[in-house]
Write a protein that binds this ligand. Structure first.
Ligand SMILES: Cc1cc2nc3c(=O)[nH]c(=O)nc-3n(C[C@H](O)[C@H](O)[C@H](O)COP(=O)(O)OP(=O)(O)OC[C@H]3O[C@@H](n4cnc5c(N)ncnc54)[C@H](O)[C@@H]3O)c2cc1C
Length: 391
């Protein structure tokens, strides 16, 4: 099998589907390949921050998230040892509530929007290798579907939206520009029933983070995070539910009591921890978006928002290059410069929080700094000219 679209996108979750949707809306012939299933779940909680909601709203996708019964979040409660602080999420940047759609809701909504815009979105098809010309420019992909059929697709641009273990980033040897100092936090999470929450609830105590996130089907996602070594230590011999309860109770007995009296899920999911990184985002014939290009510790709850930001920035760069406003190299270099300019501050703060080596006064200062870094990103997204990429 062969194909020769304008753009190939590898990965059809938040980064890949959003990028494909925006490029297809520009009239490009886009082929999207994902080895997974449409609507399948993945290891991730799913709290969106303001920048992510802003993007979904601008793209006309937020209505689908709301229609899926995703509850609006209008406040956040920060639980510290001995004190809880309630913060109203004020309407700003045209966003009057945050949302935390399950990935089984968000990712297919974006994939469907990409398909509706004309992208050819194919699941069950894994990319195994990249094609190159004599100059080593990437010219496409080799993929295989579940029936074992091989697809060779060629395109002027191949986009890696294929997550932490990106085949594209690996094949092009995308240099790592920044690495987190720490090992990254370990997490356990699950989706509880009958657990009422006041918007997002975040719990911090020395060595531990946790959160309650209201989501679809009346459920509340509960997570705990700590260093991988502490997670390993607490886990020895204990059930995952016991570990979650122990860590949560050590941070906030009252939140742990609320969780213990709710209906727990059949099982929990775990994440062992991955150090954050920021990779070079482009090269001849290729570009990276989402986790393929950069990863920050999950306690930022900003990875999906970052993925949607990258989709917007890369789609603008491709547009500028096609319109001849910028040459290809100039446009792609601008994509990376803007992405890095937006990502750097939050990357540093999250890296420090994810070390879990703070005192409570330090942590409270770091959280303020994280909020300010996120607000800077929102302001920069808001300043992007909507007319530049209107379909
Ligand atoms: C425990 C945990 C909790 C998190 N909580 C939050 C949170 O609350 N809020 C938040 O914003 N972020 C959170 N994140 C981060 C978030 O999950 C990621 O930033 C986000 O999933 C990145 O999206 P993506 O589209 O770049 O990659 P992914 O979601 O990883 O999608 C990559 C896709 O590429 C496909 N793929 C991979 N390789 C190939 C291949 N060779 N060929 C074809 N397809 C391929 C995969 O099947 C997959 O569908 C969390 C992460 C973790 C681990």
């Amino acid at each position: 099998m062969t194909a020769s679209p304008d753009v190939i996108v590898v990965g059809a979750r938040c980064a890949g589907s959003a990028t494909a949707m925006l490029l297809a809306r520009q009239g490009l012939d886009v082929l999207v390949l994902d080895r997974g299933q449409h609507g399948g779940d993945t290891v991730s909680t799913h709290a969106l921050m303001r920048g992510g909601v802003l993007q979904l709203q601008r793209w006309g996708v937020l209505d689908r998230i709301v229609a899926a019964g995703t509850p609006p979040v209008r406040q956040a409660v920060f639980h510290y040892p001995g004190e809880s602080v309630r913060i109203t999420i004020k309407p700003a940047a045209g966003v009057d509530a945050l949302y935390a759609p399950r990935r089984t809701v968000l990712d297919p909504a974006l994939a469907d929007a990409a398909a509706e815009a004309g992208a050819d979105v194919r699941f069950g098809t894994g990319v195994t290798d990249l094609l190159r010309d004599d100059t080593r420019r990437v010219t496409g992909v080799v993929a295989r579907d579940r029936a074992g059929r091989v697809l060779q697709a060629t395109a002027p641009l191949t986009i890696g939206a294929d997550g932490i273990r990106s085949t594209v980033a690996d094949a092009v040897g995308a240099p790592v520009l920044r690495r987190a100092r720490g090992s990254g936090g370990a997490f356990l999470y699950g989706h509880w029933d009958e657990l009422p929450v006041d918007g997002y609830e975040w719990v911090y105590a020395p060595g531990t983070s946790a959160g309650l996130i209201p989501t679809n089907d009346g459920r509340t996602t509960v997570f705990v995070g700590t260093t991988p070594s502490r997670m390993k230590q607490v886990r020895s011999g204990a059930s995952t539910f016991q570990v979650l309860d122990d860590l949560l109770r050590s941070a906030s007995p009252s939140v742990a009591d609320r969780v213990a009296s709710a209906r727990r899920p059949a099982r929990l999911r775990g994440f062992a921890g991955t150090p954050g990184y920021l990779r070079k985002a482009w090269g001849p014939g290729w570009a990276l978006v989402g986790d393929a290009g950069g990863f920050e510790d999950p306690l930022s709850t900003h990875g999906i928002t970052d993925a949607l930001r990258d989709a917007e920035l890369l789609a603008r760069a491709v547009h500028a290059s096609r319109e001849g406003t910028d040459g290809e190299q100039e446009a792609m270099a601008a994509y990376q410069a803007v992405r890095d300019g937006m990502a750097d501050h939050l990357f540093d703060v999250v890296d420090t929080i994810a070390s879990y080596s703070w005192t409570m006064p330090e942590l409270r200062r770091l959280l303020l700094e994280a909020t300010s870094a996120m607000s800077e990103q929102v302001e920069r997204l808001e300043r992007l000219d909507p007319a530049a990429v209107d379909a």
